[in-house]
Write a protein that binds this ligand. Structure first.
Ligand code: 5AD
Ligand code: SF4
Length: 470
């Protein structure tokens, strides 16, 4: 089936789902409300906007509270604590559903691609109404219809897909910024990571579809976009007419109305010199590169199947620092991978000190069933993990603070994102390099790019003052 036919099919189900929601509205005597709760990464956040787009179209009102007529959890499974959070909150949803029997509960996302999870839900969480996975999210409208028409738990999980269904409704969380999927899945199989198993094989969207989507976002007032993929640096390799990520960026740069371009995530092994040059020359690409290190020990990197050494990583970071000195570099690090010793952690700390990350997300290794690392027999004891983790965290925080402070006194542009949560006389903006700045202002500034003086550094953020609209 072509993707256009599939899109048309889903619009048919949107109409049909509307009838179900209308019927529910009559029964309740009000418009039904729903909640979409997102766990995990930017990719999931974007998927949730697609779910919200459908829900809005079929007649639900979206609300923040989970005290709703339909609650959908878009789950993550990259580390086990994400799974545990979902189970915990399901218990709470159940108590709510007992008071409100018409309430529907749906689960989707990465965690649902795991057989063990489905077995557990079937056994212990019988009150769930609908379960689907990452590959068939495009048929959400159809699945909603099935759910309304069925007494039993509806489960639809696909093992993989090569389909990319375009042009379905999306309800953006922010009016002025948006994520855009440029590719789906991952082919890297880092040995600790479950993503390739739950998100399937790598496939790129066509440049035409991506550009078209960004143009229509720009026409709708979006000024900042984030290109999303598990490994954006390998974008376009599998297209019929291959295109590099650097060339895609060149095309995106030309789109009028888009002021800022971000992307996530870059794999160091595929970061090309061409990309460095595009970033350097661009007026729109933000001064922020997220470049996951995972470990600074070549021995561990090899066991992780990362395809680079400590020295190769350092060489890339050094190249970027030399070519684009104002580029902030952030990273992800895992502590406690099987076989990791405190000496290995020292190697990681050495990289952190040398690269001087602007920020680093540090994770304790989580064993994911089905990955090669899960069956390695040299799992690290909790005490050793904790010792290494605490030591690393301290260095990460110290270097990040130092890097953040470098901007003190400068004038920079910030995109205003929201009214400050603690004090409504202030707004919160984001600098090109991803640092947060708070300054006096009101809601009328939201979505605008303004000039701010970075007056005082408070650890990881700034207190500033607006000069004028940029
Ligand atoms: N355990 C801990 N952290 C992990 N990540 C991926 N898989 C695991 C795991 N099994 C981290 C990596 C990745 C980030 C998104 O999550 O650092 O870059
Ligand atoms: Fe996981 Fe590695 Fe793919 Fe990132 S590149 S999603 S860490 S397998």
């Amino acid at each position: 089936m072509t993707t256009q036919t599939e899109t048309a099919r889903q619009f048919f189900f949107i109409e049909k789902a509307k009838e179900h929601v209308d019927e529910l509205a009559k029964k309740l005597g009000r418009r039904p409300v729903c909640n979409v709760t997102t766990f995990g990464c930017q990719m999931n956040a974007r998927d949730s906007e697609k779910l919200a787009g459908i829900l809005e179209q079929v007649g639900y009102e979206l609300i923040e509270s989970e005290d709703a007529d339909l609650v959908i959890y878009n789950t993550c499974t990259v580390r086990d604590n994400a799974n545990q959070r979902v189970y915990g909150r399901l218990g709470f949803l159940n108590s709510m559903k007992q008071k409100k029997p018409h309430m529907k509960i749906a689960l989707c996302g990465c965690m649902m691609q795991e057989d063990t999870v489905i077995e557990k839900i079937k056994k212990s969480y019988r009150f769930v109404d609908l379960i689907f996975g990452t590959h068939n999210i495009f048929k959400f409208a159809e699945l909603l219809c099935t759910m309304f028409e069925s007494e039993d738990m509806v489960i639809d999980i696909w093992k993989d897909t090569d389909q990319i269904v375009e042009d379905l409704p999306v309800e953006r969380k922010y009016s002025f910024k948006s994520g855009i999927n440029i590719m789906f899945g991952c082919n890297n199989f880092c040995s600790y990571c479950i993503v390739p198993y739950v998100r399937g094989r790598e496939r790129s969207r066509s440049p035409r579809d991506i550009i078209k989507e960004i143009e229509s976002l720009a026409a709708d007032g979006v000024v900042e976009i984030m290109l999303l993929g598990q490994n954006v640096n390998s974008y376009g390799k599998t297209l019929e007419e291959p295109m590099s990520f650097a060339d895609l960026l060149r095309e995106v740069e030309k789109i009028e109305g888009i002021e800022r371009i971000r992307f996530m995530t870059s794999h160091p092994k595929d970061l090309s010199e061409d990309l460095i040059q595009v970033m350097k020359e661009s007026k729109k690409i933000c001064r922020h590169l997220h470049l996951p290190l995972q470990s600074g020990s070549t021995r561990i990197l090899d066991a992780m199947n990362r395809h680079y050494t400590k020295e190769q990583y350092l060489a890339i970071a050094e190249r970027i620092r030399k070519e684009i000195p104002d580029m902030s570099i952030t990273t992800d690090i895992i502590v406690g991978f099987p076989g990791e010793t405190l000496e290995d952690v020292e190697e990681t700390i050495d990289v952190v000190k040398r690269v001087q990350y602007d920020n680093a997300f540090t994770f304790i290794y989580s064993k994911r069933t089905g990955t090669p690392a899960a069956s390695m027999d040299n799992q690290v004891s909790q005490e050793v993990v904790k010792e290494g983790f605490d030591k690393l965290l301290k260095v990460v925080q110290d270097t990040a603070k130092e890097r953040t402070r470098l901007l003190e006194g400068q004038i920079q542009t910030a995109l205003v994102e929201e009214v400050n949560e603690q004090n409504d006389a202030f707004v919160t903006g984001r600098l090109s390099n991803n640092t947060i700045v708070h300054f006096p202002g009101d809601a009328s500034l939201i979505g605008k790019i303004v000039k701010v003086e970075l007056k005082e550094c408070h650890g990881f953020y700034y207190a500033g003052e607006m000069l004028q609209e940029a």
